[in-house]
Design a protein around this ligand. Structure first.
Ligand SMILES: Cc1ncc(COP(=O)(O)O)c(C=O)c1O
Length: 393
């Protein structure tokens, strides 16, 4: 059997039609295949490779950490400098109350931890989440994602969850003194890059404060400069009680985090002690990679450059044949076509011609663009020309 056949045979499958591209190398915004193929990476591993694949600073930092230590102890017991330094760096770039960082292995685990934290802090059980939101695939995260199609096969799920309409002012009064937390994506990702209005997010913030409800913002996909600012919430003039990060947080390694006030996070240390535990969360190699990636993101002003690069994509793509609309936030675009079939045909053509892209979970008629934030202008122009030719064929 060749490697592709072995992949289908022995690696558990999540789809009947996986892309099954065999990648032998990745560098910057490029992916290289086993048969000599080259692709511009238009999706960055789904918004992970914000500093590009194998950023030299990340690779160098990982090499150094490999010479020091790998896993040495479960989370929270030993002083591990990569964890401490990264938590300190994140806190220095966040509002002062977001000073305590709990590192996890993934985004979904950060979601789980944050929901537990909200229950502990408030003593309440009600959770308000939103239709068309995605938060992960573990049972707690699945309970709050905003699609009955994806949830239904796994019932019973968490009780006490209400799914409200995103960006709808009439849901605000639904938040009450029974609500432990409201969990929202600052910009809805899998709905096809949907930013809410400032007015709505501010009303959500105000009502959470009024009722003592924690406002949890999921920036697992929207964070790290993707929307044109380091954190998307700063564009809406509000601050969350808990911030969720993942994906690009690890510089290409698996890492998630939920971040809150220290006195809130201290609930996990007592009654019961070890209120949230993980063996590998905040792995030293992942934190080292993440910190190096974060420093590169800042040094290269990648968040600041995202808007202009996103605008260039928007301008070059606006007259693509069959395109119905473009939704864009920084260097993050959803191109809407007239249905999944047209979209899929264009995506397949793009992949055949050297551009990797895909669709969105809750917007299968939209083509995803979320490349590394340091993609070059030449790569953007080549990517857009491939999309044009795919849509014209
Ligand atoms: C907005 C959002 N939240 C949470 C998650 C879950 O992250 P992970 O896949 O690392 O568990 C994702 C993953 O796509 C996401 O996009």
């Amino acid at each position: 059997m060749n490697l592709r056949q072995l992949f289908l045979q022995h690696v558990a499958q999540t789809s009947t039609a996986p892309l099954a591209l065999e990648i032998v190398r990745a560098e910057g915004s490029m992916l290289y295949g086993a048969q000599g193929e080259e692709w511009i990476d238009g999706i960055g591993g789904i918004s992970v490779a914000n500093v590009g694949h194998r950023h030299p600073a990340v690779v160098e930092a990982v090499r150094k950490q490999l010479d020091a230590y790998l896993h040495v102890m479960v989370y929270g017991e030993f002083v591990q400098s990569p964890q401490v330094r990264y938590a300190q760096a994140l806190a220095a770039h966040l509002p002062s109350h977001l000073s305590s960082v709990y590192f996890t292995n993934s985004g979904a685990e950060a979601v789980e931890g944050a929901m537990k934290l909200a229950k502990r802090v408030t003593g309440r059980t009600g959770i308000i989440a939103f239709q068309d939101s995605y938060h992960g695939s573990t049972q707690g995260a699945l309970s709050i994602i905003g699609s009955e199609y994806w949830r239904n096969a796994y019932r019973p799920l968490l009780p006490g969850v209400h799914h409200a309409v995103y960006n709808d002012l009439s849901m605000i009064d639904r938040i009450s003194t029974d609500t432990a937390c409201v969990i929202a994506e600052t910009v809805q990702a899998e709905a096809g890059v949907r930013p809410p209005s400032k007015e709505w997010l501010q009303a959500l913030r105000a009502r959470c404060t009024e009722t003592g409800t924690l406002l949890i913002l999921d920036e697992i996909q929207a964070g790290f400069g993707r929307t044109g600012s380091l954190w998307a919430f700063t564009q809406f003039g509000i601050e969350p009680d808990v911030l969720l990060l993942g994906k690009a947080l690890g510089g290409g390694m698996p890492l998630g985090a939920f971040i809150a006030r220290k006195d809130l996070m201290d609930h996990f240390a007592d009654a019961p002690v070890l209120g949230h535990i993980t063996t590998f969360g905040g792995h030293p190699v992942c934190c080292t990679a993440g910190l190096a990636g974060f420093e590169a993101l800042l040094a290269e002003a990648l968040a600041e450059g995202a808007e202009a690069k996103g605008a260039l994509f928007g301008q070059l793509l606006r007259d693509v044949p069959g395109l119905q609309s473009i939704s864009r936030c920084g260097l993050w675009l959803a191109l809407r076509f007239d249905g999944f079939d047209s979209n899929k045909r264009i995506i397949d053509h793009c992949i055949a011609k050297g551009l990797l892209t895909d669709w969105f979970l809750f917007a299968s008629d939209c083509l995803r663009i979320s490349p590394p934030l340091n993609i070059s202008e030449d790569e953007i122009r080549r990517a857009c020309s491939i999309i044009h030719s795919a849509a014209s064929s």
